[in-house]
Design a protein around this ligand. Structure first.
Ligand code: MN
Length: 728
């Protein structure tokens, strides 16, 4: 592209950024933004993105998202414009501090520390996230700008290499989308999920998109018909409002078809109708609308959600009801005001805009301080923490009351003990029971919304291992584990003494190296755990004699001594020749051995990848294996690309699950299709009948995915069969 045109486009993008915070900047602030823009343009003047466009388009786009879609102000815009300069150009943090002051510098410092998003060869992504969360208490804008950065990278992911696409997409749905959800950034969360699905399942994505387009007219007619009486009444009563109908997102349509084993046609018309009011008397008006809606349609009493009286922890306010439409389909109706809608779409930042330093903000503050507490104490196993933390990001909430009548939000399925820990770690650790609605209940009691709970403690109580089986909040889990670890450490000291005595007896030196070999010999990774098991008499120390020794020093022959941290290459060289139906990497080394992962049983035709395990060579997983996301985001450096080199004649085992109505003959037809029409072998067939409905499982050998899909289609057509799904 010629330079004049490029410069014109850059200027245009810059004007877009200014427009995005038009109402929120003074003249003075405009000058600061211009300064940041000029600096960034100059610093990135020689950089280009993978797509070939000038690099500056990226920071400009990120700044625009911050202004337009998150509703942030001048400081954030400046930081977004400068966010990659310290990492990628000659500009330093102290330059930035001199020009823009301390605040901007500390935010950019935070952003720089959590960058390196495309290079995880040294540390796992988990570590990056830990760093990111440590910056929350300093300034939540670090995370908001980071989300904007990720959103733009996802929007422009097309120009990346295939393997990187998958990695970035997995990471996005594994953590960034839940994070956006937790911060209340609903539309960003939805888009991140959508984009991540698009790159992970391109075929499925385009198929659903096409089907949605085809059925658009039918859907619109239904929505119109459904909302007509409501509209008329709202107009009659003089409400100012907007109506929006929202179809389910593509990822959730896909999830539904998979989980329920149903076709697209059965769920494509599931949607929510949103009524957005322009109102001063918010709560009263929302309930008035509720009354109008339920005058026309019968509501499902189980599905009434009043998030106006009890806003969610992320600040979400809305009134939801699900009503029965004349065609017999449930329709969700969401009622909210314009303010509530903006908070729901833009989250936390919109809160600041309305300057309501209310209860909602303190709830978020509490959540952040809980995370910080967990983060700061944690020295190892970030991955485990991340998993727990992630689960908490997405969880639904319940509301319980303290004895004094204070409202306390907790994740759904929290127990009395979770409540105790969320009040205070010491209350949790000393908890012996609880009273719910004045009745004595066990610690494992699962709380319901509206329960009033009082915690009973005892000074002699100590946390028990068994508690971990029923608590669900990450704070409780973490605290319990920490206490147990302390206890284990003390017991481990005895174990260490026992071991040392044994070594003295055997005349083996108590050296760092010998200890390492012994640990490896017994297959332990951690000293403390080993000592603890010794103290509990679970280790046969006699086996030490089997290790070779020379003058008090132990040595183990050959491969065992090699460190687990063997590099990728050496691991790869060690494995033997496989049966070559899969090509790993670029196929340059045909001698790679692999095994098909039992968790997802890949078939020829499935999209697959290789994963390097520590002890068991390379495992081939399906791209949509339930474990894939986690493997990709935490251990991306151990992922190999892989594809099928189909060799006819090899059969693979797979399983199908089906349900249906118990009609004589179904079974016969089913077995005929499998063994005669398709000429495949069944390994096993099980049926369970219950009140006229049967459930069955077949394990069978097929040649590839196409054949399996053909069989599924045929089976679905049998009269009496309700659903057929592949066992994942
Ligand atoms: Mn960036």
């Amino acid at each position: 592209m010629d330079e004049v045109l490029e410069n014109k486009m850059i200027l245009n993008a810059y004007r877009g950024v200014l427009r995005s915070i038009k109402s929120r900047r003074s003249k003075e602030e405009t000058k600061i933004i211009r300064k940041a823009f000029n600096l960034a343009v100059n610093a990135h003047r020689n950089d280009r993105r993978k797509s070939g466009e000038p690099y500056i388009f990226h920071p400009l786009a990120v700044a625009r998202i911050c202004g337009d879609e998150i509703g942030l102000g001048t400081i954030s815009i400046v930081c977004a414009l400068m966010h990659d300069t310290v990492e990628d150009t000659t500009i330093t943090l102290s330059d930035i501090e001199k020009i823009f002051g301390h605040k901007v510098k500390s935010i950019i410092d935070g952003l720089t520390k959590i960058s390196g998003e495309f290079d995880f060869s040294s540390s796992s992504q988990a570590e990056n996230f830990k760093k990111m969360f440590l910056t929350i208490p300093d300034d939540v804008r670090v995370i908001l700008i980071k989300l904007a950065d990720r959103l733009h990278n996802m929007r422009t992911l097309d120009s990346m290499k295939e393997s990187k696409k998958l990695k970035i997409a997995s990471e996005t749905s594994y953590l960034y989308a839940p994070l956006a959800h937790r911060l209340g950034l609903f539309s960003i969360k939805t888009e991140l999920e959508d984009l991540s699905f698009k790159f992970t399942y391109p075929k499925e994505y385009s198929s659903i998109t096409k089907k949605l387009q085809k059925t658009k007219a039918v859907r619109e007619r239904f929505i119109q018909k459904f909302s007509l009486p409501i509209k008329k009444e709202l107009d009659k009563q003089g409400f100012k409002y907007q109506l929006k109908a929202r179809t389910k997102g593509i990822p959730s349509i896909y999830r539904k078809t998979q989980e329920k084993g149903v076709d697209f046609e059965e769920i494509f018309d599931v949607f929510a109708l949103r009524i957005i009011l322009d109102s001063k008397d918010e709560k009263a008006d929302c309930w008035k609308i509720y009354s109008i809606v339920t005058d026309f349609y019968i509501p499902n009493p189980e599905r009434l959600r009043d998030w106006i009286s009890y806003p969610k922890q992320n600040g979400y306010e809305s009134l939801h009801t699900t009503v029965m439409s004349p065609t017999g389909k449930w329709v969700e109706v969401q009622i909210r005001t314009e303010r509530m809608d903006e908070v729901a779409e833009k989250g936390l930042a919109a809160h600041w805009k309305y300057k309501e330093k209310t209860e909602n903000d303190t709830r978020l503050d509490k959540w952040i301080s809980d995370i910080r507490e967990i983060m700061e104490n944690r020295s190892r196993n970030t991955t485990e923490f991340l998993d727990e933390f992630k689960n908490n990001l997405y969880s639904d909430e319940i509301y319980v009351f303290t004895p004094k009548g204070d409202l306390f939000p907790l994740p759904l399925k929290s127990t009395a003990l979770d409540f105790a820990f969320s009040v205070h770690s010491d209350v949790g650790a000393k908890c012996i029971g609880a009273k719910v609605n004045s009745k004595l209940v066990p610690l494992s009691y699962v709380l319901k919304s509206g329960d009033q709970i009082e915690i009973l403690t005892s000074r002699s109580q100590i946390p028990k291992e068994g508690w971990l089986e029923f608590v669900i909040t990450s704070k409780a889990k973490y605290k319990i584990k920490q206490c147990l670890k302390e206890e284990r450490k003390e017991i481990a000291i005895n174990g260490k003494e026992i071991l040392n005595r044994k070594l003295k007896n055997l005349k083996i030196n108590i050296s760092e190296n010998n200890l390492k070999l012994i640990l490896k010999h017994y297959d332990f990774e951690e000293h403390t755990e080993f000592y603890y098991q010794i103290a509990n008499n679970n280790v046969d120390l006699g086996k030490i004699k089997k290790i070779n020794q020379k003058g008090g020093e132990l040595y183990i022959s050959s491969s065992i001594t090699k460190s687990i941290k063997e590099t990728f290459e050496s691991l790869v060289k060690k494995v033997k020749k496989g049966d070559d139906s899969i090509l790993i990497g670029d196929g340059a080394d045909p001698n790679l051995d692999y095994k098909l992962a039992p968790c997802c049983n890949p078939l020829p035709g499935d999209s697959v990848f290789g994963f390097i395990t520590i002890n068991d060579g390379i495992k081939i997983h399906r791209n949509n294996c339930p474990n894939a996301k986690e493997l990709r985001s935490n251990y991306s450096y151990r992922i190999l690309s892989a594809k099928w080199k189909i060799k006819l004649g090899d059969a693979f085992i797979t399983g199908l699950e089906f349900t249906g109505i118990d009609i004589l003959g179904v079974v016969k037809e089913l077995t005929t299709i499998i063994s005669e029409d398709e000429k495949t072998n069944m390994k096993s067939l099980n049926f369970d009948t219950n009140d006229g409905v049967f459930e069955g499982k077949i394990m069978l050998y097929v040649y590839d995915k196409t054949q399996l899909e053909k069989i599924i289609k045929k089976l679905r057509n049998i009269n009496g069969i309700e659903k057929v799904v592949r066992i994942e």
